[in-house]
Design a protein around this ligand. Structure first.
Ligand code: NAD
Length: 386
């Protein structure tokens, strides 16, 4: 995972903040959600013990499980718990059982979209990369992977064609692609701030050769760059070229900035070339520092990139690493506990170096040992505490 150390830079941990109670809403959801969340909670307990951080965990139903009990995917009680928390640790939602519901009532749309909207979680951050011992799990050739790659996709999450006016008539349909100045400014700042703590480079992805929205977007990214982050390297790629360049030279990327639609495409491509979806975590946040948050509580929602994986749910074989990495991202991005994040990431590396593999990353090579969800979690906990 690319280093997010000391993110955001304006919030340094102090003796006082180290003692502060960290309130976390735990929304495990459906399918493998509760199984992998169990391991994430074990990791939180280990971090609490090792780093003397006090956590208050409040669990609540979300998604299909909430529909079954309360008739809606995001019950008022769940939202209240989120509002009273400093961060949301989210599992995954959805499953066959709820697929016949109208789209807006289904677990995914009925829970995640309102949460993003309610807390204005406009920045989606998805680290991508191949761990040295898991190079075989990437579909990319070893010659392209080289020593391994690590880049982060920063996707704008609350604007663009997804939220513009929609029309559907008998002979035409349209979706308005629209961005406002402040929406581009704030996501650009997130990308540049992340680059400051990484390898000092932002690649902006758009379609400025064709779209007025992209020309506007690009001009604002350049303005923010020039005025506020001139020390960061900035380059631009058109989305069609970007999808190719990421496949042939992934090592050249650090922070990849894109709007909602193009970021959607790029972040799935990035997850795929990183190996198993069971390894990939993501964060959705509503601010990089106080200047971006006008009256809205700072909030982060941390969730694995994969879904509820109904095909393996209940078997105890899901990979808990994505959910555990969500804990790492939360500790760093919401609580400025970067040392705890590093300890988690190192414990994951150690566990994988020791050969432990859940089914999704098991190749049968010498030295590998196939383990369950719980065994993987236990080993990571042991390595955190070692
Ligand atoms: P999925 O990500 O759940 O599964 C795709 C494949 O990846 C499956 O083979 C699954 O077994 C595997 N996989 C996913 N997570 C894994 C893990 N931790 N360990 C090992 N293997 C893992 O995608 P899908 O099958 O298209 O969707 C299943 C359900 O999840 C659907 O209802 C979908 O709408 C929902 N979904 C929810 C979210 C979310 O909650 N944010 C995201 C995507 C999909």
């Amino acid at each position: 995972m690319p280093s997010l150390k000391n993110y955001p830079p304006s919030h340094k941990a102090t003796a006082d903040s180290a003692k502060k109670l960290r309130k976390i809403a735990i929304l495990a959801g459906d399918g493998i959600g509760p199984e992998v969340m169990t391991e994430a909670k074990k990791v939180l307990a280990a971090v609490s013990e090792k780093f003397k951080i006090e956590f208050e965990l409040k669990e609540s139903l979300v998604g299909g499980a909430a529909i079954d009990s309360f008739g809606e995917a995001l019950p008022a009680e769940t939202l209240k718990i989120c509002e009273e928390s400093d961060a949301i640790l989210f599992g995954s939602v959805g499953g066959e059982k709820w697929n016949s519901l109208p789209p807006e009532k289904r677990p995914e749309v009925g829970a995640l979209l309102p949460l993003r909207k309610h807390f204005d979680l406009f920045a989606n951050i998805r680290p991508a990369g191949v761990l040295p011992m898991l190079k075989n799990s990437s579909p990319l050739k070893p010659s392209i992977i080289g020593d391994g790659f690590a880049f982060t996709v920063v996707r704008e999450l609350t604007g663009d064609v997804y939220f513009g006016e929609k029309k559907s008539e008998k002979d035409f349909a349209s979706d308005l692609m629209i961005y406002h100045r402040n929406e581009v400014q704030r996501i650009a700042r997130v990308a540049f701030e992340l680059a400051r703590n990484s390898r000092q480079k932002v690649t902006n992805v758009d379609k400025a050769n064709v779209l007025a929205t992209s020309q506007f977007w690009r001009s604002i990214v350049e303005e923010i760059h020039e005025k506020e982050f001139p020390e960061i390297e900035l380059d631009h790629l058109y989305i069609d070229n970007a999808t190719m360049q990421i496949l042939v030279r992934p090592n050249d990327f650090d922070i990849v900035l894109a709007g909602n639609l193009f970021g959607d495409i790029l972040s799935d491509e990035a997850a795929q070339i990183s190996g198993s979806i069971g390894l990939q975590a993501s964060a959705s946040i509503n601010g990089i520092n106080s200047r971006d948050i006008s009256g809205i509580k700072r909030m982060g929602l941390f969730e694995p990139m994969g879904g509820s994986a109904p095909n393996i749910a209940g078997k105890g074989i899901a990979n808990p690493i994505a959910q555990i990495r969500c804990v790492g991202m939360m500790l760093e991005m919401s609580f400025e506990e970067g040392d705890a994040t590093s300890a988690i990431e190192n414990a994951i590396l150690k566990t994988l170096e020791n050969g432990l593999r859940t089914a999704d990353i098991f190749t049968g090579s010498a030295g590998e040992q196939k383990v369950s969800t719980a065994e993987m979690g236990d080993s990571i906990v042991k390595n955190i505490l070692a």
